[in-house]
Design a binder for this molecule. Sequence first.
Ligand code: FAD
Length: 387
Amino acid sequence: MLDRSFLRWPFFEARHRALADELEIWAARHCAHVDHRDVDAACRELVRKLGHDGWLKHTAPGDDPSETIDVRTLALIRETLARYSGLADFAFAMQGLGAGPISLFGTSAQKACWLPKTRSGAAIAAFALSEPASGSDVANISTKARRDGGGFILDGEKTWISNGGIADLYIVFARTGEAPGAKGLSAFIVRGDNPGLSVAERIEVIAPHPLARVAFKDCRVGADDLIGTSGDGFKIAMTTLDVFRTSVGAAALGFARRALAEAANRAKSRELFGAPLSELQMVQGHIADMAVEIDAAALLVYRAAWTKDTGAARVTREAAIAKLYATEAAQRVIDAAVQIHGGDGVRSGHPVETLYREIRALRIYEGASDVQKIIIAKAALSSAAGR
Ligand SMILES: Cc1cc2nc3c(=O)[nH]c(=O)nc-3n(C[C@H](O)[C@H](O)[C@H](O)COP(=O)(O)OP(=O)(O)OC[C@H]3O[C@@H](n4cnc5c(N)ncnc54)[C@H](O)[C@@H]3O)c2cc1C
């Protein structure tokens, strides 16, 4: 039985507890047996179901101008879905990240055109920032957008694009050249069926998800497809990541909770040396370390989410700490779960083997762990300055 006592922490309100209870039932029914053999079809189906049953409405605000994204809700949904299926979590998360620049910086017309579709599951979203020569070094983006008549023409290439190949909507960051580096980027809405957009390569990874390298050649977009002001692209990307980075920590937390549940069940049911494995103190030591790391990760994830929801303009430091700790801790927790399972832990398709593959990319994308450390160190050094 999963320990759900964390839902009584003061970070949460009654609506969060109600949502967590409802989602638990939904996820057990719809996400426990996702077929990963055709990830595109599985992902499309998950987006459809998540939209149909109302979960995607939490990924972007609705028509009411007072509505905002609630990061605690995002985090609760991601950790719950991740506990059942990495692909279900991915399908949910990308609708939020992909639509994020529009929900945070879009015009009323852009919001009215796209958000009802991403919230209902009618349109699949992608966030196209990384390039072959600029992953961590975002300011080095070379995809260009030049003004042409009333609009822009995009040329270049993006890689590692989640939902690449199946997305209806890509948010593409390109160089418009107002200034060198980070200050010369802008964000554009590009429709998946734009004739100037093509999939150059489908990328296969250790935990399969729809992923592609996407090429833009004479890709024409309208002036009304520019998000915010030209030159604001870097700010738009970083602010969006600031909101969604905490939820990456939440997904890692969900993976870690599942790993602990699997390890505890195994330790109690496996007989070794005439007694259950769980009676060996070294195994208990692993279980204790897992439980401590999970609670610490949860505290940091929900601290960051609560800080954002209760009015902080930016949570760069808190989100970086949450993502760094939760993803690194989840890797250790899952590794311990594999160890407790012995040979079965590396058997293809076993839940802990799947978790072992699923967790790895979370320490790389939306800012690698090393990059999070730089953000945290900068904040610590600047708050210590002058004392
Ligand atoms: C499964 C998956 C899904 C992804 N989805 C998307 C997506 O939807 N949209 C998108 O735009 N991108 C996406 N990415 C790309 C991802 O954001 C990049 O892979 C990531 O930013 C790292 O960039 P890179 O791969 O070019 O590695 P590099 O930038 O070459 O970095 C390699 C390593 O160097 C180290 N490093 C980097 N910078 C520093 C530093 N300043 N100090 C110390 N060490 C450092 C880190 O360990 C890093 O892992 C995805 C990646 C993966 C693996």
